[in-house]
Design a protein around this ligand. Sequence first.
Ligand SMILES: Cc1cc2nc3c(=O)[nH]c(=O)nc-3n(C[C@H](O)[C@H](O)[C@H](O)COP(=O)(O)O)c2cc1C
Length: 325
Amino acid sequence: MRFYYAPMEGVTLYPLRNIHRQIMGDGVDKYFTPFLTATNSHHFKNREKKDVLPDKNVAFENYEDQIVPQLMAGNSADFLWAAKEIKKLGYKEVNLNLGCPAPTVVNRHKGSGLLLDIDYLDRMLAEIYEQVSEGDDYPEVSIKTRLGFSSEDEAIPLMKVLASYPVKELTIHARVREDYYSGTPRYDAYKRAVDTYREQGGSADICYNGNVDSKAAYEKIQDLPFDAVMIGRGLLTDPALVRVLKGGEGPRKEELREYLAKLYEGYATYIPEDRNVIFKMLEHWAYLHVHFKDCDRFLKTIRKSRSRDEYHAAVNNIFAGCEFV
Ligand SMILES: Cc1cc2nc3c(=O)[nH]c(=O)nc-3n(C[C@H](O)[C@H](O)[C@H](O)COP(=O)(O)O)c2cc1C
């Protein structure tokens, strides 16, 4: 079984990718970057471009295969420009985002907004795959989608369209846009979607995505069809989750301490103010706190810390004062 680290905007940036890979990355086959916007001015934003520069991928022997940049685009011309740029950086695969639910994205007919007009999406994909199949200028193109925009029934026509293109790999987040990220994934609709995709001749490997955050959750999806599993929030909560799913042990206290310390240093290299680095770390603590029993009052001190020293003192208190679970 293959396991992938899901793209998460503002989170799965190069510091996290490198540090996770070094400390608890065994068994994670690919890391997807947060989306880069393929703008119509054909320039990447500086901070997005920086995130995919090969020399930032220090922990990866074969970043070309192990990291997949994701693109957000609303038309084939912008997508193809951006995909070509990604290929120039050496990457072998690029991923098209058909899932982002944010209103600002949807209103621009990007992300899950592309699921609102299947005929338009069909034309866009035809233009993309025609170019991509022609020469060596482009990486292979995989897709990450939801089951539909407002109804899971939309998955049927969507899968018929997707099955007609040489998609490198198809990741399906088992929700519709209007679910955002909450509620139980739509397991039955996911299965129907994959069945339809296969019946229509779709041959891409399929990657399941949605709420795989424990061994029990992983067991729940065992009856579904998939070739790979993509995990997002589960890996933020338990960075050793893939090891656990492969029969290994959970995160060790010292491992987590090292992970947190290195993440702080990683963010501090490009975020200027201590306070902003601490905000970034708080995004991780929002998931990681579950490993520390009754740690609320210590978390409060992390939230209140204003400097690197105050932050580290608060973290030391958590490690010293809370039972590790
Ligand atoms: C904070 C956050 C940011 C996300 N950013 C992206 C993104 O840039 N591209 C994308 O395709 N999905 C994005 N997602 C969706 C995740 O990749 C994934 O599909 C979703 O979290 C469900 O998987 P999970 O239950 O394993 O977390 C994001 C999710 C979260 C919570």
